[in-house]
Design a protein around this ligand. Structure first.
Ligand code: TMP
Length: 241
């Protein structure tokens, strides 16, 4: 299928239209940003690594009954996707305390949460992607109450599947971000990507709190060996348990 013009360029991916109006081509970039674009850089090989990891995880989730936008990986850093209208929410699931949860609540990093926590952030760069209350989300009509429950249920199911998958490979899924979108038939699909850019992943063989980090926190906090960590996640994802 020949690729036509650019539909959208984000921080980590470019979307191109294709001959099929219901299909888009996603090109995964090596570019990396953090803190709402304030920190910028590049992670060597990231595009292809994140593309492959996302493809594998979307396939796993599809096998387990979760509808996603993923169709097919066509190049090392390109995949065909069903075109969706993205819901402007970042759905975050947390199993252990880290990141903004620690900053905003004082919980110690690594505190195991009694139950997974689902949070909704407003996907809006101009506002810095703020944490929403359900009341604010409804006020802004970003989703209906029924859709909020659907998103929460899907996110928790994804968490169960991915937590077990990573656990079997010696990795703790600390937290992650999901995005969803509606296709032309009105079906709610899991969208965007699932990769070390969008998950916190800790190597269970490492106890040191910097050495265990296998995700974008290595880039965010200048921990070094970012590309090696991403590569290691890919190898684990591709390995049999
Ligand atoms: P947070 O602790 O900074 O709120 O991040 C929670 C999770 O969401 C973490 O796995 C990183 C991921 N995330 C993104 O994928 N994109 C973002 O813009 C942010 C802020 C976090």
């Amino acid at each position: 299928m020949s690729v036509r013009q650019k539909l959208y360029e984000g921080k980590a991916k470019i979307l191109y239209v294709t001959e099929d109006p219901d299909t888009v081509m996603a090109h995964f970039k090596d570019d990396a940003t953090a803190f709402n674009g304030q920190k910028q850089g590049s992670i060597s090989g990231k595009g292809a690594i994140n593309c492959k990891i996302s493809a594998q995880l979307f396939e796993l989730l599809e096998e387990r009954g979760i509808s996603t936008h993923f169709l097919e990986q066509v190049e090392p850093n390109q995949m065909l996707l069903r075109r969706v209208k993205i819901v402007p929410l970042e759905v975050i699931v947390r199993n252990l305390a880290a990141g903004s949860l620690c900053k905003q609540t004082g919980l110690a990093v690594g505190t195991v949460l009694k139950h997974p926590l689902v949070e909704f952030f407003y996907k809006n760069d101009d506002l810095g992607d703020p944490l929403l209350t359900i009341a604010r989300l409804l006020l802004l009509e970003l989703a209906t109450p029924e859709q909020v429950e659907q998103l929460r249920e899907k996110a928790l199911l994804v968490n169960e599947i991915l937590s077990e998958f990573f656990q079997n490979r010696g990795i703790t899924l600390v937290d992650f971000k999901l995005e969803f979108g509606f296709d032309s038939q009105g079906e709610l699909l899991l969208a965007d990507e699932i990769s070390p850019d969008t998950c916190r992943l800790w190597n269970q063989l490492e106890t040191d709190e910097n050495r265990r980090v296998m995700d974008k926190d290595r880039f965010r906090f200048d921990l070094g060996e970012v590309d090696a960590a991403y590569q290691q996640v890919l190898e684990k994802v591709l390995s049999e348990k």
